[in-house]
Design a protein around this ligand. Structure first.
Ligand SMILES: Cc1cc2nc3c(=O)[nH]c(=O)nc-3n(C[C@H](O)[C@H](O)[C@H](O)COP(=O)(O)O)c2cc1C
Length: 249
């Protein structure tokens, strides 16, 4: 164990922050940490938008499904997949890069890059004693988010990251046990083993909710996932991404 691992293992999402903005130094350290993440072929296919304007934050909170911590935090970052910059590189270098930029592969590269950068940012923030919460809710209405943040085509806002001084520490959510998640050499495909493991994990999660809510909530993980996954969500996404000139060939 060391300090980095302790910070990582201490993670829990924070949804209530003190009314205290991050300092310029904190913001710069978080962004520098994000940028230090590995990046596929050095492509750096992402951008980070810090949202400080009160009205914009309020609007984002609303668009994200009335999530108050999008408005009330120490700083709000939006992580975007960004292949716009690379469109300009095509012009600068006189290369036909459009077919490559419009590929599903490059889109995946941009998503992976942005996610790695964001998680570095999250850990940097947590290492300073700050709390974080990712906000995928901004993808509820991406057309409006794009207008609000004035992102050009080929820039897709993916998620927000609310950062701030935690007002209180929530409980940590138990993850899937090591042996359920970690495979060695080949994927454990035995359906019965996987089902038995899900049942085992269900008991862990049920106990977690019972303890956390004083007996009021007792749902299992598979119940929660079943409910979530039976509904389709944000099904406009493929058309939206293609409309942003990322054809995903
Ligand atoms: C990409 C992403 C998007 C998320 N979006 C939201 C969100 O919109 N609102 C929210 O309250 N939590 C959001 N979360 C936080 C998850 O709900 C949370 O990480 C998960 O329940 C596990 O809990 P923990 O982070 O406290 O361990 C998001 C997490 C990720 C990784």
């Amino acid at each position: 164990m060391n300090k980095v691992i302790e910070t990582i293992l201490n993670h829990r999402s924070i949804r209530k922050f003190e009314d205290k903005p991050l300092s310029k130094e904190q913001i710069e350290a978080i962004v520098a940490s994000a940028q230090a993440a590995s990046t596929s072929s050095f492509i750096q296919a992402y951008s980070i938008i810090g949202v400080t304007d009160k009205e914009k934050k309020k609007k984002l909170a609303e668009l994200a499904g009335q999530q108050p911590y999008v408005e009330k935090n120490g700083h709000f970052f939006v992580f975007c997949a960004d292949l716009y910059r690379h469109t300009l590189i095509g012009e600068l270098e006189g290369k036909d890069i459009e077919p490559s930029i419009e590929s599903t592969e490059k889109f995946m590269v941009a998503l992976i890059d942005a996610a790695l950068a964001a998680q570095n940012a999250a850990i940097a923030a947590e290492s300073m004693g700050l709390g974080i919460c990712y906000i995928g809710g901004i993808r509820n209405h991406l057309d409006e988010v794009v207008n609000l943040l004035k992102t050009p085509q080929r820039v897709i806002p993916l998620f927000g990251l609310a950062v701030g001084y935690p007002e209180n520490l929530s409980a940590q959510k138990p993850r899937l046990p090591f042996k359920h998640l970690y495979h060695e050499n080949t994927y454990e495909e035995n359906t019965q083993t996987l089902i038995d493991e899900l049942k085992e994990y269900n008991e862990i999660i049920k106990k977690y909710y019972l303890d956390r809510t004083g007996g009021k909530r007792s749902d299992t993980w598979t119940e929660q996932m079943g409910k979530m996954l039976e509904k389709q969500s944000r099904m406009y996404m493929k058309d939206f991404v293609e409309g942003q000139k990322l054809k995903l060939r």
